[in-house]
Write a protein that binds this ligand. Sequence first.
Ligand SMILES: [Mg+2]
Ligand SMILES: [Zn+2]
Length: 220
Amino acid sequence: MTSLIVCDFDGTVSRRDIGYNLFHHFSGGRTEELIPEWKAGTLSTRECLRREAAMVTATPEEIYAFLDQFELCAGFAEFVDACQSNGVPLVIFSDGLDFYIEYILKRFGLSDIPFSANRGRLVDGGITVEFPHENRDCRQCGYCKGERIERLRDSYSGPTEVIFIGDGYSDTCATRVSDMIFAKKDLKDYCIKNNVEFCPYDDFLDVADQLVQSGHFRRQ
Ligand SMILES: [Mg+2]
Ligand SMILES: [Zn+2]
């Protein structure tokens, strides 16, 4: 059986949620008012991102300088190597924006990792957002990881097992279609509340250890 690892970006690969902090910082905190509605599911991610982007005032230089403070979650670079040496493909699916994911991965020498996300453009002292990945059914996500995982699985012939790693509300659709789920923070709470089986974790050293125990990774 082929195993695939699909990983969230914000708060999972990056230690802190970059999208949240970026919009919060460059809107002078105004984006905060949108979060409760978004978490309650009454504001779609697309509408939320559009409104957040409209509140931003910043030059590209200011935005990239801000991005330089963010670090990766412990053990991620080693985890990427372990996936490679064990022949397990790793992709990043994000409901955040592509420009900062690309920037951060490049800064840490990890540009080879395939990722897809919503599109963010730095224009006229602000940010605009676009949604190039169409959702068939989901009306909540900007970029529905559940639908993208199903399509990714369809692109492989034969049985595939999807291992998902995430931390938040944008990962909930992924839990419906994944075979093994690593969850922390809001995603962990969601799994508990909805009786979704999951493996708790803190960082990628943890995930790698558990994947050795489950037989997905060879013991080093
Ligand atoms: Mg996240
Ligand atoms: Zn969805």
